[in-house]
Design a protein around this ligand. Sequence first.
Ligand SMILES: [Zn+2]
Ligand SMILES: [Zn+2]
Length: 411
Amino acid sequence: MRLKFAGCLRVIVYVVLFWWLFPNFTALRVSHWPWELTLRYGGGFLMVLAARFAGGGRMGLQKELLGVWADALSIVRTAGVVYDQPWRRSFEQIVIRIRLMRHYATYGPFGIVTFGMLYNPLVVGADLWSFFAGRRDDFQPPLTSAELLTVLVHEVVLCMLVFSIGLGQMAFTNSVVHRYFSHNCFRTSRLWNFVLGSFVCTSGMTPITWAAVHRRHHRFCDQEGDPHSPYQKGFLYAAMYWLADRENFEIRSAFVTDWLATAPELLFLELYGDRAGGLLNKGMLNVLFAGLSPIWLSASPVGSHPFALAYTLGRMVGVNLVYAFNGIGHGMQAPEPRSDIKDGSSPCRAIRLSWYWWIVGSEIYHDEHHDCPAYAVYGPWYQDCSYCIYAAMAKCGLVWAVKTPWSHHIA
Ligand SMILES: [Zn+2]
Ligand SMILES: [Zn+2]
């Protein structure tokens, strides 16, 4: 049998990328105690199996084991696909496989979901608290009580502002990945499309993965197949643990064929989005240091600067709020008959959350959104901060054909 040079090269690229980008390998390379990871994920795996057994008996257990086994085998099977397919199709397959295996970092109750969403915000919040609690000892010669109070008020107000910027950044990136990347609520250039995609990565999300999941949510709203329905699986699952369920690890490419055809460069963000997002956040933090940091704080190391803690905490709280929306934006009860729908019923339980506006400044009309997902604006435009930013981008010529109830851009 004669080997194809290009096919072998594609397999080599696949193996190299897989080795460098599969985080558990990376973690094992850098960890001083790889056993910690082994125990954490091993213990988590046993708990998942126990939960599957409790929920579905032997069939549930078997399904989970076979699913994990199939995912592991697919690492090798993908090499064969990559060998035989053209470069573009191969790259898609490489990215989908690496993303799937990377999602195993969130697998089970002791993965990134619990640590990232519940534990880490507490640690960062405690660090910020201890920074202010020990502030009296940081000045030499010591400050008088009045001087210390002035410094503390100044710093706390600025940290609250930086916290709000972190939270607002998370809310806006979520709006972009939702309204634009999932629902195409406006059109833009290919360059600005990639810039927006990179900006989305500052919140730990990636456009293709997010769009594929969210379009599935609309397709199967509150029915079997909805990735995060509180009506189907409860609040905690919808708000957090759907991310830890291997059923949701693979990018379902059938839901994002448009992006794969028109902007395949977004696939790079699936591989390197964490690094791109990290760099952009670092840049943003430096802008905040330069613009807002009081002179007496300018010598503080970046890691212990209260702005770094407040900004990170803002984004972490934002992550929780955005994902919590999956659990609270849909009702828990059985669907009610609707007079505006032909057969009198809709399985979708999307609801309106007025109070949510006071936290993120948009997204409250989730019921209207499910009725007409393509719009860039939900409810009155002046209540929708995300839409106002899109309108500003349209004024600058960065985006166009913004879909609103008063425009004629709905296809
Ligand atoms: Zn929804
Ligand atoms: Zn949507």
